[in-house]
Design a protein around this ligand. Structure first.
Ligand code: NAP
Length: 527
């Protein structure tokens, strides 16, 4: 049942008087539940509980924390159809997408549980003493990663499950040993409350300390600002707009004790098409890219918003095929009126820039909140000189840029801001002949793709979902995959520490049999 209340630790609380409702964009009406915005007192209580919970939770064994994550996954599954129905009512997204995202969320939680059980993620490193070294003896130094403290997580609008209440940020922070306070996304507060109830049930079943998790409702920026500024919070996870992410990043850096903000923000995900790809498979790529641009009404951070090709007849044919393919696809409903309005504004700004033209015109507008797709085309020089065309338009939008030559194409890549992904469509021979293009693209992105589409992010250890600013605020980390855990930890070194009081990961016997760097050699052997 959805109560509209906040979870302050395991207590359902509604002390405030401000309420708001979520919205069904498909039916164009408000959903029934009223959500109580968290008060400052409730936020302070959640922070106090998180701080107290950290003192014990940080020291729990890997198996105990893994057990908690696995039971969260089970409890989310046990929410059954109610979760799926609520997700669809609050997002306008179809049932298949809801089920797929639930599977990914549960899968992520179980992956982090396995990462904990494996144990090697703590990066244990041991340099044994050399007491006879001259002129000074070498001490025994041992290092591993430890949790930083309570983490604030901002639920994202475009992933109501996989990047919200129990999504990748929360799962990785809990795995690291950090209590989490979620600032629920106002567009899917009911989905958030249901998932929060599953986390609380799991916490109770596995005997976790009260305060290991809290969920705060809010439909404005104040609660999020207070959370980021709260002295108890030691790091922040965010997915959303460049404006929101950079505002929170600035706030976190202005604190008396600055803290890291891991914000995953905007990206236009450039795609370079070299001539061989168009000669061999032009119509195939047109169909693939129409689908990728339209996927989920374009509301993916990996949406291909920029396609760069070299002026030629084959590029003209590709543009015409892309126009035909994109015209075949029906517009779908966007997540929320705000996102729809932002999309319409962004689209109009881009389309009104000099030297741009749509590759296909639609006779009638889509119904309210359904995003009518738009693909523009322009010349390389025009694109290069107009930064307004470089901005992300969040929705089913892209620009095909016709470059004079590879020098112009490379110059464009050098002028782009940081990106999550970059793609090259080409034959193997031809990509080998364009080292400068590959190098320019590689320097701007977190993931470089050969002959594929950027939408679809595999959750696995080798994935990098991040990139130079403004794709993310810290390009050294990934928000997807087990290594997302590294965002919430810091290394601590023990010097000449008594053997009996070392953490298991650093003990001579290596009781957890994890992979460690011992005197410069990777091994799982005891010392
Ligand atoms: P958003 O506006 O950035 O909001 C995300 C979350 O951060 C919300 O909970 C919001 O709170 C909070 N927030 C935003 N600005 C804040 C600030 N200055 N201080 C404190 N909290 C702040 O993103 P959104 O609502 O998901 O979507 C809006 C736009 O963001 C979209 O139209 C799209 O352009 C972009 N977006 C991009 C991506 C991507 O992956 N690239 C993903 C999602 C959205 P409130 O909502 O309660 O105000």
């Amino acid at each position: 049942m959805i109560t509209g209340k906040n979870y302050i630790g395991n207590n359902l609380s509604a002390n405030g008087s401000k309420t708001y409702k979520t919205f069904n964009p498909k039916l164009n009406l408000e959903n029934e539940w009223a959500f109580y915005e968290a008060t400052e007192e409730e936020l302070n209580e959640a922070a106090k509980l998180a701080s107290e919970a950290f003192e014990s939770y940080r020291n729990f064994t890997a198996e105990r924390k893994a057990g908690f994550l696995r039971v969260i996954a089970d409890e989310i599954e046990a929410l059954g159809d109610l979760l799926i129905e609520t997700y669809c009512l609050e997002s306008g997204l179809p049932e298949g997408r809801a089920k797929g995202e639930r599977g990914r969320t549960i899968g992520q939680l179980r992956t982090f549980a396995s990462t904990l059980e494996d144990g090697s993620w703590v990066e244990a490193s041991i340099d044994t003493a050399l007491p006879d070294r001259t002129p000074v003896p070498k001490p025994d130094i041992r290092k591993m990663l430890f949790p930083m403290g309570p983490v604030a997580v901002f639920g994202s609008s475009n992933f109501p499950l996989a990047y919200s209440t129990a999504g990748g940020d929360t799962a990785s922070a809990l795995a690291a040993g950090c209590p989490v306070i979620v600032k629920s996304h106002p567009m899917h507060a009911g989905t958030g409350e249901l998932v929060a109830s599953a986390i609380q049930k799991a916490a109770k079943k596995t005997d976790m300390p009260n305060g290991v998790f809290s969920n705060l409702n809010s439909s404005g920026i104040e609660v999020g600002q207070q959370l980021v500024q709260h002295p108890v919070i030691k790091a922040v996870g965010f997915t959303g707009s460049i404006r929101g992410g950079t505002a929170l990043y600035k706030l976190a850096n202005e604190r008396p004790e600055p803290i890291p903000v891991f914000a995953e923000m905007g990206s236009i995900n450039p795609v370079v098409i070299l001539p061989s790809a168009l000669e061999q498979k032009g119509s195939y790529w047109a169909e693939q890219y129409a689908g990728s641009i339209m996927l989920g009404a374009g509301q993916f951070c990996t949406n291909p918003g920029l396609i760069l090709g070299l002026k030629s007849e084959t590029l003209d044919t590709f543009i015409s095929s892309l126009g035909k393919e994109i015209a075949k696809l029906e517009p779908s409903c966007m997540l929320h009126p705000n996102i729809y309005n932002n999309y319409e504004k962004g689209k109009q700004t881009a389309a009104s820039q000099a030297g741009t033209s749509p590759i296909v015109n639609f006779e009638k507008d889509a119904q309210p909140y359904f995003a009518q797709q738009l693909v523009l085309t322009t010349e390389g020089k025009n694109f290069l000189e107009n930064p307004k065309l470089h901005q992300e338009v969040f929705g089913p939008f892209s620009i095909v840029v016709q470059c004079e030559d590879t020098d112009e194409l490379t110059a464009i890549l050098h002028h782009l801001e940081g990106q999550l992904t970059g793609t090259i469509l080409s034959s193997v021979r031809e990509v080998g002949e364009h080292a400068n293009v590959v190098s320019a693209l590689g320097s701007r992105v977190g993931r470089i793709i050969f002959n594929g589409v950027p939408t679809g992010v595999e959750v696995c250890p080798s994935m990098v979902h991040g990139g130079p600013f403004p794709a993310s605020t810290d390009s050294r980390f990934t928000a997807v995959g087990p290594y997302a855990i590294k965002r919430w930890v810091r290394p601590v070194a023990f010097q000449n520490w008594p053997r009996d009081f070392l953490p298991d990961a650093l003990k001579d016997e290596n009781p957890r049999q994890i992979l460690r760097l011992v005197n410069g050699v990777y091994t799982d052997a005891a010392i």
